[in-house]
Write a protein that binds this ligand. Sequence first.
Ligand SMILES: Cc1cc2nc3c(=O)[nH]c(=O)nc-3n(C[C@H](O)[C@H](O)[C@H](O)COP(=O)(O)OP(=O)(O)OC[C@H]3O[C@@H](n4cnc5c(N)ncnc54)[C@H](O)[C@@H]3O)c2cc1C
Length: 227
Amino acid sequence: MQAVIEKIIDETKSVKRFFLKPQSKLTYTFLPGQFLTIRLQDAERSYSIANPADDSGLIELCIVLNPGGKVTPLLWQMQPGEILEISEALGNMVLPETWDKDLCFICTGTGVAPFRSMIGHLLKADELKHDIYLIFGNRYSADILYRAEFEVWAGQNEGFHFIPVLSREEGANRKRYVHAVYEELFADRRDAHFYVCGWEAMCKEARQRLKAMGYNRKQYTFEQYDG
Ligand SMILES: Cc1cc2nc3c(=O)[nH]c(=O)nc-3n(C[C@H](O)[C@H](O)[C@H](O)COP(=O)(O)OP(=O)(O)OC[C@H]3O[C@@H](n4cnc5c(N)ncnc54)[C@H](O)[C@@H]3O)c2cc1C
């Protein structure tokens, strides 16, 4: 399917937000948390859908440049009005059918994209059934994607806890990694579902630590961006 690039926002010095309008008579449907693939030249790459479905019919992607990579440098040259070849929505990292426990979203960098879609969807409900934690790791505060929006959401919803963690800055929740945060927040080992998204090293470590905490395979879902 083809999609027109409607708009591109330079979010940070290495991350862009792409807004796509699928060129199909049928509405493009997706579940919060799913991804699509982009085919450019002879390469195909996956990207999480970063927005919850809304009336605009737009799909938002949040992509970090890999300067030595094959596809992202090509995307960096593209302009609004150009066409991309995209797939239908794919993937199994979606919200539970029944929301009966706390949800803890753990991510780094653009791994936040599917969680923005999922949490945005949950917050549209009148009332939060359980608490939602977003533990978002970055090196520096300037790297925190969607920060203002998450802060507004946290201000408006008592049950949504936005916890940015900075590995290279001094101060509260700084010089830390995401792992110590969920270990503390869930030290009581209460029932919860964990979603983890990002690059291999973080995902691997989260898997080991959640297991060591006593959580079982049904209590966590991973989306790994590489490996
Ligand atoms: C299900 C899924 C969803 C994804 N969603 C997103 C998304 O929403 N946003 C997004 O930015 N990326 C996302 N990715 C990653 C994306 O598919 C590409 O891998 C990435 O954009 C690099 O593509 P490239 O062609 O530029 O680099 P490639 O030529 O594919 O890069 C080569 C190598 O660089 C490594 N690499 C690339 N970027 C990084 C990085 N930032 N940190 C560490 N290692 C890296 C890869 O592991 C690979 O080994 C997702 C991947 C999957 C599997």
